[in-house]
Design a protein around this ligand. Structure first.
Ligand code: GAL
Length: 468
């Protein structure tokens, strides 16, 4: 006989009732949540719209001018007529894309990509109305009349001297290939430094970190690679700290190097190189945040992803903390900046010296997760926008005193003669909805669109020029 256990709790019935009850609680909570989400996104939308209209109303009219869409296009020229004999002797390559045309040093339209000496920007000559104009791609002379040598560079604004310092690869040597399949290179000469008060007239401050001529075991030996130097100032130690990409000829060392100086104009003392966090590191940059914490960002895992991590307090090393970002996206040439508490980054694809499409990324925290928000290039034509105006990102400089206005600094590499690589500086602004779907932010527009505007010539707003 089965005894009924009167002490047994009637679990099944209660449980059903309970689960019915908890499902309705769950349902109502869900409805509540959805309502809250709608309300939040409505408020946020209103906020963003009012912020934007405010932005436009409050925007400096000269910034609006820089945001004009400027069209430009370059056509592949028809093949030159040649005698049948000449054509037989040396068949000419037929270019199917403008990138091939760009890379061909004997192209008929080479002067469009690399305008000649006659059009050089010379801030020291009487420029009349042309003063302070940037002409992306033209030769740019320093105050002694020599082409500026600061490739893959970055700019430091030094509060103490109220001066801008532009550091970059000094590549004024012959271009060659170390072996048949190697990328074009120039032996290391060192890091060039130029100073300016107006971001247009640049005085050559010399080589602030020089190559090592004789010691083949030295990181800075001329047959190695020194690229993308960036300098930040450490408020606590009062030192200027330079981080750079250090490699061997075949790019297998894949390390970062660190150098330090008491002065922005050097000389910098080279300290050491390492693989940060034990990983390969190629294109890189450093970013100093408002709270004084600085970060290293570098392409790693064979350029398939980027890594980001804070530096030690003295900026002379990385710490143990590191996060992987843009995993599987194969990006390099990172240039980081901050606007209204949000972090932004421009990167390029990985095609050596050949230009490719830039992408913008955004994040609430520099440590990620980073969201890819699309191609920031505006104007020119499709090919201009798909090649970052035939250049590659290296740095983004905030224009002090004009919130929301930045200068995008890029290199138009000339792989046939790297010393003749040009600078492409263009205005970068923020505003408007981003044009690529979100992965992490669940659809809330936390950040704005990043826009880099093509201009054949442009200059900073009059009210800013020369202001310290
Ligand atoms: C690029 C890189 C440059 C340089 C070049 C060498 O991808 O951004 O800094 O390393 O490759 O081929």
């Amino acid at each position: 006989m089965r005894m009924k256990n009167k002490y047994r709790k009637p679990t099944s019935l209660r449980c059903n009732a309970g689960s019915r009850c908890s499902s309705s609680v769950l349902l109502w909570s869900l409805v509540g949540c959805l309502l809250m989400l709608h309300l939040y996104s409505y408020i946020r939308d209103q906020d963003v719209h009012s912020q934007e209209s405010h932005l436009h109303i409050g925007r400096h009219p000269e910034i609006l001018e820089l945001e004009q869409f400027e069209e430009d296009s370059i056509q592949i020229p028809p093949p030159r007529k040649r005698s049948p004999r000449a054509a037989k002797r040396k068949p000419r390559k037929v270019h199917t894309s403008l990138i091939e045309e760009f890379l061909d040093e004997s192209s008929q339209i080479r002067h469009i990509f690399f305008p000649d000496q006659k059009t050089a920007i010379d801030p020291m000559s009487d420029n009349g109305d042309e003063t302070h104009f940037y002409y992306p791609g033209r030769i740019w002379l320093d105050t002694t009349g020599n082409p500026i040598q600061a490739h893959g560079g970055g700019i430091l604004y030094d509060d103490r001297t109220k001066t801008y310092y532009w550091y970059g690869e000094f590549k004024d040597g012959p271009t060659y290939h170390a072996h048949k399949r190697a990328a074009a290179r120039v032996d290391v000469i060192g890091v060039g430094c130029y100073s300016s008060k107006d971001l247009w007239t640049w005085k050559n401050e010399g080589i602030v970190l020089a190559a090592e001529e004789n010691d083949e075991t030295h990181d800075l030996h001329k047959l190695n690679v020194l690229e993308r130097p960036k300098v930040i100032y450490n408020d606590k130690t009062g030192k200027y700290v330079m981080w750079m990409h250090i490699d061997d000829t075949n790019y297998t060392k894949a390390s970062v190097g660190v150098a330090v100086s008491n002065f922005p104009t050097g000389p910098f003392t080279y300290l050491y190189s390492k693989r940060p966090h034990g990983f390969d590191s190629r294109d890189m940059t450093v970013f100093k945040d408002d709270d004084g914490i600085a970060y290293l960002l570098y392409s790693s895992e064979d350029n398939s992803e980027l890594h980001v991590g804070p530096l030690s307090e003295d900026y002379l090393d990385v710490t143990e903390t590191m996060r992987r970002i843009l995993v599987g996206q194969h990006r390099e040439a990172p240039a980081v900046f901050k606007h209204q508490g949000m972090y932004y980054m421009i990167t390029s694809g990985c095609t050596s010296w050949a230009p490719n499409e830039a992408l913008a990324h955004a994040s609430e925290s520099i440590m990620g997760p980073w969201e890819t928000i699309g191609n920031p290039c505006i104007g020119g034509d499709k090919i201009f926008r798909h090649t970052t105006f035939f250049s590659q990102s290296t740095f983004v400089l905030p224009v002090h005193g004009i919130p929301g206005l930045f200068i995008f600094l890029a290199d138009r590499w000339n792989p046939a003669d790297l010393r003749d690589s040009r600078y492409v500086w263009l205005p970068l602004t923020l505003g408007g909805p981003v044009d690529q779907p979100f992965e992490y932010s669940f659809g809330f527009p936390l950040w704005s669109r990043v826009s880099i505007y093509w201009h054949k010539k442009w200059r900073l707003p009059f009210s800013w020029r020369g202001k310290e």
